[in-house]
Design a protein around this ligand. Sequence first.
Ligand code: TYD
Length: 201
Amino acid sequence: MPYNSQFFVFEGIDGSGKTTVSRLVSEALLTKSIPNLWHREPTDSVYGKKIREFLQGKLKLTKEEQIETFIADREYSVNEIILPTLKGGKSIIQDRYYFSTAAYQGRDEEHAAEILYKNEDKGFPEPNRVYFLDLSPEESADRRKSRGGREEVFDEDSEQERIYQNYLAILPESTIFVDATAELEEVVAFCVEDILKSLET
Ligand code: TYD
């Protein structure tokens, strides 16, 4: 069965494990000889670097400035990485996409929807599948506390609650909700199976 290249996105609140899961999924697919690239947003572009300074609290940005900077970084991400990789025959396994901008920068559900439309209007490609690593804001708080490390701007518990509600309001109906409290191997195996099914279509 010939495999085409497709675009897979992992989303979730902080502590949901999407970075670990998406990396392991990418590696598992490589061992099955499925060509793919693991990619994350924010990227390492100049905009991505500005975003990281903001996330660490070293730079202040208004909500509007955050949205513009994430979109500028995404333009780079789409044009320089996502589209050329897909055209070259490799799938993309991506950690965060425009659903993150809607969920994180959205003041409330209505604003989150507006941000989503703004991104869609830019003509950014739609993913073939979105996996939402579902973790309650309370679990997220417990995981972030036990993990320790440097505080980031969205670390407040009330922030994670707002972000979680925004996600529920804006994720596409076809989103695959994955229980982020399940065993890591189980979560990875489930996503790999689902991606293989998608690639066969
Ligand atoms: P990152 O270091 O990738 O953290 P994590 O592994 O927890 O995802 O930092 C990403 C942070 O940036 C995360 O707190 C979410 C935030 N973010 C936005 O606020 N808007 C966006 O559009 C994106 C892509 C990320």
